[in-house]
Write a protein that binds this ligand. Sequence first.
Ligand code: HEM
Length: 473
Amino acid sequence: TWPTQQDLNDLQGDVILGLPKRTEDFIFFNIQDANAFKTDLKQLIPAITTTAQIKKLRDDISEHKRCGRPGLIKTVGINIAFSNLGLKKLGITDELDDPAFDAGQLASAQALGDQGFVDSSNKFDPNWLPEFKSETDGVVLIAGDSRTSVVEGAHKVENIFGASIRKVLVVKGQVRPGPEKGHEHFGFLDGISSPAIETLTKPLPGQIVVPPGVLICGTEGDVDSAGNAVTRPAWAKNGSFLVYRHFNQLVPEFNKFLEDNPLEFPNIPREQGSELLGARLFGRWKSGAPVYLTPTHDNPKLAADKQHNNDFDYSEDPLDQTRCPFAAHIRKANPRADLKDFGATALTQHMLVRQSIAFGAELAADEIESHTTRLDRGLAFVCYQSNLSNGFEFVQKSWVNATNFPPKTINGVAYNSGFDPIIGQNSGAPRQTDGMNPLNANAETTLPIDFIVSKGGQYYFTPSISALNTKFT
Ligand code: HEM
């Protein structure tokens, strides 16, 4: 059974358990000299944080908190991942059997619904940061309890690689301050729900249990989109595909949209009607409490209770949106029992582990006043899966962007729930979404703009420590 102790020492730490992160640097790099890089990588490998180390650290952190010790334990976690281009530069030509990885994220931009334009030669040019259009060979993730720790980690990495890499872009992730800790920039608590591998962590109530192979290559359940076993080189075992997506968030514009469109509900004042709309767009209140369990009022106590805050599956009233819209972000991205009649793996095969962090400044007074974004802020979105066509690519294209998903037949007619109002993409065109009004599920909501704008990213492979030792150096 996966994992053995050896597997825990082999799997990089961010993949399932996550590097502890108050702050995190993503160093996107190009390899300048393959031979020098390989030599330098040998020195980095002992500094890479493994899952076994994270497990131990988690125990230490719980102990630290249990004893009421002040402050945070000092942590610096380092992981590394490579794009297909990076593998080729290192002379690694084995087929990882993942076409989306081979082609790179840029090739998927149009199909993912990113904004951009088709040029005179009929080529799609997305509205991405130039660094992601020009391709990167790899990314080093450095996460820690403080800026000081991360700067220390970054110096170490830079000293090791010297001129063998060129930094293309550095993204500085930062957990938001004070009570906004763990909340993304629109103000909603993130990182609550993720799939569990039963043999690694005890599942919490409501957590979707998946075989390890859904998330980790070369382990039980690692299958392609048709459900067939994948042919990968042996060294791919204990690796995982990392999706990086750089999302800008238009926070003042989003807040203005909520302000202007409060939901009308008996005994709920206008301001709370705006809050209710926000909660129904996400499927959770800002506190993290799920609207399915607390449909009209926030419940911070429920939000903080891990035994209950994820314990629901939409199965009690599958054709009714009073408690949670079909199109709510969390329902589109994980429809739970909405797929129970579609086969045993219809849901589990598409699960992914998110390890994102916010980036950018808090709102400035002039942005609040003018309802206009001036400073870049958003989410450095990271997720892991064993197969991109089952994981991120599938969820973005076939669930959140698919207006007829989740599949519902109401009074004999297929129901169109519209786009995921948060991350559904329609190439920048206005999007419709249904079911936001609890008193009139058929009322359509038009989202005039994308409040989240993709600035690109890349698909990477996070190899195991043994693969780094045997194949990459
Ligand atoms: C859940 C925000 C992008 C997939 C959530 C939650 C928030 C959130 C606040 C609720 C917390 C939780 O259940 O853990 C955002 C923001 C995004 C973003 C602000 C972009 C800026 C994405 C993308 C995907 C995604 C691109 C995948 C294509 C999910 C999944 C869940 C989730 C799978 C858990 C749903 C569940 O299990 O109930 N997101 N998200 N998110 N998001 Fe996103």
